[in-house]
Design a protein around this ligand. Structure first.
Ligand code: NAD
Length: 494
């Protein structure tokens, strides 16, 4: 049985805690590997190694740090298929989806290649007589990433690319459900010329996370995962004086107005709800359909569902894979049962007809979902699309704004004025206009509002550079000795 350990100081390190977790093959339901769970001491060792590597990496010039990122860009590009295969094996997502994940992650490494430009400060000559003022950005030290199961390659890339390029050293705690992509990435970073100790991977569970949260040498934590854990990470990390960005869960609504192209909206809803088996934080999970078009829209979604090819990634052509674990599959199935019990209407029941092996569910479609039903109020994180019928644009907007989450949303309409008003009014961090999954490109930043993000900096892009650096402002004077005199007044320039 394959055993996954840790990556510390540029090499594989076997775990010694005696604790481990199971890595399933979601497509078959069979255990394929075990992963070592790090002890407090093992995480402490990784942090000490990263701390020791920091001074030299921080002092490495910007061109050289950019060069490592350029090489990493080439290596990830050359190994797209290998990374995607790891994602399919452990997460279960189909190959096309896995390749898409790698491509979106790679964008962040490309962005970090521009670090000499991104870290430029400002300069004001002659802020006062003979006085210049300038700002510089400096790395924080040892920073940590804690990542979820659903994007095992992309989310680490959101974090480490900018963090390392800024001159920090990094400790990654990937999801214990699918850590192999992170281990492979560590090898690629070494091959790209990153000095040993700058990037470390500790595998594990709450013990590893709590060690990171409480360790005095961790300066900042970048977290992506579910809302309860995000809140815990934010509260504990900030209480311990750390900088924290903690991205949480979602319930993304898509508003379909009567003037929308209904075929386009149905294609978008099906793709965004069932892609990656709904295990995306930007998946569409509720469609708000105006009464006048709801029946027609639902019929179009219903027509498309039988065409979705569900099965293992190993069989080419499949479009939707299994869920991550049997436990999660059963939880999602529980929401489908609960929806009916709460009075919603099950239009397509995804508990029927799934492949016998593995953790599969078929796509589900539920009509007449309302706030107050568990299927509506909770993040399901599975291939379940709800439809909520609304009487007006205002009612739809209100439902979105009342929702506890504010990660992503989309509006489908041909009316530019309404779309612009929606963008103005909606309390959500990422908005799509006729775009169902509006994940920002890497030179913008990714982040939700409300219970989808704890902290004030979004992930990657310009916010990522801000998050992984702190600024210093220098006021400098090179006086002419002939003009020097004692002056006890407060310095001023007027
Ligand atoms: P999760 O919260 O269960 O786990 C995330 C990380 O936290 C993992 O590394 C895990 O080991 C650790 N963790 C879990 N329980 C912990 C505990 N009690 N104490 C300390 N650490 C703990 O999330 P998941 O199931 O891996 O991922 C799915 C969730 O992530 C969904 O809610 C999804 O919406 C969210 N997500 C959000 C975004 C975003 O950008 N907002 C992106 C991807 C996923």
């Amino acid at each position: 049985m394959k055993r996954i350990s840790h990556w510390i100081d540029g090499k594989l390190v076997e775990g010694t805690s005696g604790r481990s977790g199971v890595i399933w093959q979601p497509a078959t339901g069979v255990q394929q590997a075990s992963v070592d769970f790090a002890s407090v001491e093992e995480v402490g060792h990784a942090i000490a190694v990263a701390k020791a590597a920091f001074p030299a990496w921080r002092a490495t010039n910007l061109s050289r740090r950019a060069e490592v990122m350029f090489r990493m860009r080439e290596l990830v590009d050359a190994n797209r298929k290998e990374i995607a295969a790891l994602l399919s094996a452990e997460h279960g997502k189909v190959l096309g989806d896995a390749l898409g994940e790698v491509a979106r992650g790679l964008e962040n490494i490309e962005y970090a290649c521009g670090i000499p430009n991104l870290m430029k400060g400002g300069f004001s000559e002659q802020a006062s007589g003979g006085v210049d003022v300038y700002s510089i950005r400096q790395p924080l030290g040892v920073v940590a990433g804690i990542t979820p199961f659903n994007f095992p390659a992309m989310v680490p890339m959101w974090m480490f690319a900018n963090a390392l390029a800024c001159g920090n050293t990094f400790v990654l705690k990937p999801s214990e459900k699918d850590p192999s992509a992170s281990m492979f990435i560590a090898e690629l970073l070494k091959a790209a010329g990153l000095p040993d100790g700058c990037f470390n991977v500790v595998n594990g569970d709450k013990v590893a996370v709590d060690t990171i949260l409480n360790h005095p040498d961790i300066q900042a934590i970048s977290f992506v995962g579910s809302t309860p854990i995000a809140k815990y990470i934010y509260e504990t990390g900030t209480r311990n004086g750390k900088r924290v960005q903690a991205l949480g869960g979602a319930k993304n609504h898509m508003l379909v107005l009567p003037d929308a192209d209904l075929d386009m909206a149905a294609d978008a809803a099906v793709s965004a709800a069932y892609g990656s088996a709904g295990e995306r934080c930007m998946a569409i999970s509720v469609v708000l359909a105006m009464d006048s078009v709801a029946d027609a829209f639902i019929a179009k979604v219903q027509d498309r569902i039988p065409g979705i090819l569900v099965g293992p990634a190993s069989e080419g052509g499949n479009e939707m894979g299994p869920l991550i674990t049997g436990e999660h599959r059963d939880k999602v199935a529980g929401y489908i049962a609960g929806a009916e019990a709460d009075g919603a209407m099950l239009v397509v029941d995804g508990r029927v007809g799934a492949p016998a092996d593995g953790f599969f569910l078929m796509p589900s479609l539920i009509d007449h979902a309302r706030p107050g039903m568990k299927c509506y109020d909770d993040e399901i994180f599975g291939p379940v699309l709800l439809v909520t019928r609304i009487k007006s644009y205002d009612e739809g907007l209100q439902l979105i704004n009342d929702n506890q989450y504010g990660n992503g949303t989309a509006i489908f309409t041909r009316d530019g004025g309404v779309a612009r008003q929606f963008q103005f009014d909606v309390q959500v961090g990422m908005v799509g206009i006729n775009v169902p999954i509006p994940v920002p490109v890497s030179y913008y930043s990714f982040g939700g509002w409300k219970a989808s993000l704890f902290g004030d900096q979004h992930m990657y892009g310009p916010d990522g550079i801000n998050f992984f650096t702190r600024s210093k402002v220098v006021t400098s004077r090179w006086p002419d000795p002939r003009t020097s005199s004692v002056d006890l007044g407060f310095p001023q320039n007027r």
